[in-house]
Write a protein that binds this ligand. Structure first.
Ligand SMILES: C[S@@+](CC[C@H](N)C(=O)[O-])C[C@H]1O[C@@H](n2cnc3c(N)ncnc32)[C@H](O)[C@@H]1O
Length: 456
């Protein structure tokens, strides 16, 4: 059992993230459960700030560490790299922490996890950083703006290059900057139990956050900027008054426009973020089938539906690429395919994605997305059926590219213009009528939604 020290906890999370195939969310849940129950709120907040801060600013921190160490980063032991990143992050981004505390705590970690010699190296490098930091400079953009932006905004060069080719340098800079900001905690009021107005009042009364406001496009969303307590301690959590969900994904179930009494398939239901929303739009009447290939997620989904009071949801573990139950073919009024993707739209909330996503994976994502969409299409009612395809990405291969490939393959479907169907969302619609949300333009996660219907 290790101590409940915030920096040690952050160090363990950062190191494990590099060695295990898991997501930041899962690792945080695991490590916090093991270590942090007794940890006071300020220490938990520090551990979070260090993990997220280092992941957001890793390329910039590494650039300075390489310069100070006078050797390439891969010549520094991976665990010492993380100790150095945490130390330097505190010096550059956490003005309330004295440099001496950043150095001493890093040296203690290096002693515990390394050796006296490595602790000496960490000590010397961070002391140099403390002396030189006011003179630190980013690479010169005049020489080559893409790698310079990759360091100054801390993104992998391939992502900056990709966005620069599509959006130009100025917008790419804005997009990177936006993705490095701390997002609000966004909730969706569970209208089975409470209205957005009444939930907002409860949050304001409880002084739940520094600023509390409604979402712009999604009718049931509330943004909490600078929340004062963890989600599970917010008023109404146990009563199922809300789910945590960014504004952009709230629009997926909204445009699915399901009605009470319908048969609805949530084909990649995961933990049920959108299933709960569908249940509230259906006022708990009709039938929802939550499908996912991950049985563990569906178990959690069922618990989540109990918390929300959504009682018209059944679950079905199934790999949607495999043959479908013939009895289910052509039976659903509405289908949501919230497909697995690169996750490049949610870097603001999951900065680890910057370092785990790969350019080479896009073709594979697109192939799978097309397969899931095509198989799901066979389950839709031949008359009046509507299917929504969504991904938390704004990359062409897995957004409009998949929709075009699907339409080429499946002539009985047509794309619907959501700018016309939902006038409140018109400024999010692209020239085909799909919704493409860009973080820096719309102040949401990056997200894509297409609405397809069987041709009348
Ligand atoms: C973007 S996540 C869904 C998030 C979920 N809709 C929510 O709002 O909480 C994509 C989901 O697709 C599931 N998935 C991946 N491959 C699948 C497959 N072949 N068949 C069915 N589900 C799959 C993953 O387990 C994951 O839960």
């Amino acid at each position: 059992m290790i101590s409940g020290d915030a920096r040690e906890l952050a160090f363990r999370i950062l190191s494990e993230l590099e060695t295990r195939r898991t997501t930041l969310d899962r690792l945080i849940d695991e490590e916090f459960e093991k270590i942090a129950p007794g940890m006071d709120r300020r220490d938990r907040a520090l551990a979070f700030a260090l993990v997220y801060g280092v992941l957001r600013w890793r390329a910039k921190l590494d650039w300075h560490i390489e310069g100070l160490a006078n050797r390439p980063l891969n010549k520094i032991r991976p665990d010492m790299r993380n100790i150095l990143r945490m130390g330097l992050f505190q010096m550059l981004f956490m003005s309330r922490i004295p440099d001496s505390a950043a150095v001493n705590t890093a040296v203690n970690l290096a002693k515990k996890y390394g050796s006296p010699k490595l602790a000496g190296f960490v000590n010397a490098l961070l002391r140099n950083a403390a002396r030189q930091k006011t003179a630190f400079a980013d690479p010169d953009p005049a020489r080559d703006p893409v790698p310079a932006l990759a360091v100054s905004q801390s993104f992998p060069e391939w992502i900056v290059r990709r966005w620069n080719n599509r959006l130009g340098l100025d917008e790419t800079r804005l997009l990177c900057r936006y993705n490095n900001q701390i997002p609000p905690l966004t909730l969706r009021a569970n209208t089975l139990r409470i209205s957005r107005e009444a939930l907002t009042e409860k949050m304001v009364f409880a002084d739940a956050a520094e600023t509390i406001c409604g979402t712009k496009y999604a009718p049931d969303g509330i943004c909490l900027w600078g929340p004062h307590v963890p989600v599970s301690e917010l008023p109404g959590f146990a009563e199922g008054y809300f789910q945590v969900q960014d504004e952009a994904p709230q629009l997926a179930a909204h445009v699915l426009d399901c009605r009470p009494g319908q048969d609805v398939l949530d084909a990649c239901a995961g933990l049920g973020g959108k299933t709960g929303h569908i249940a509230q739009l259906m006022e708990n009447r009709g039938r929802i089938l939550g499908m996912d290939s991950d049985m563990g997620k569906l178990r959690e989904l069922s618990l989540e539906m109990n918390r929300l009071g959504a009682d018209n949801v059944e679950t079905c573990p199934h790999d949607l690429r495999q043959p479908l139950d013939p009895e289910k073919l052509g039976t659903f009024d509405r289908i949501l395919v919230d497909a697995p993707c690169s996750g490049l739209g949610v870097i603001r909330r999951n900065p680890d994605i910057k370092w785990t996503a790969r350019q080479a994976d896009f073709q594979g994502h697109a192939r799978k997305q097309l397969q899931l969409l095509s198989h799901a299409a066979a389950l839709l009612k031949p008359s009046g059926g509507v299917m929504v395809y969504a991904v938390c990405s704004m990359e062409p291969e897995e957004t409009n590219g998949v929709v075009s490939a699907f339409l080429e393959k499946t002539a009985r479907f047509e794309l619907q213009d959501m700018g016309l169907l939902f006038p409140g969302l018109a400024d999010l619609a692209d020239d085909r009528g799909c919704l493409t949300l860009l973080p820096h333009r719309h102040a949401t996660d990056g997200f894509f939604i297409a609405r397809l219907r069987v041709c009348p």
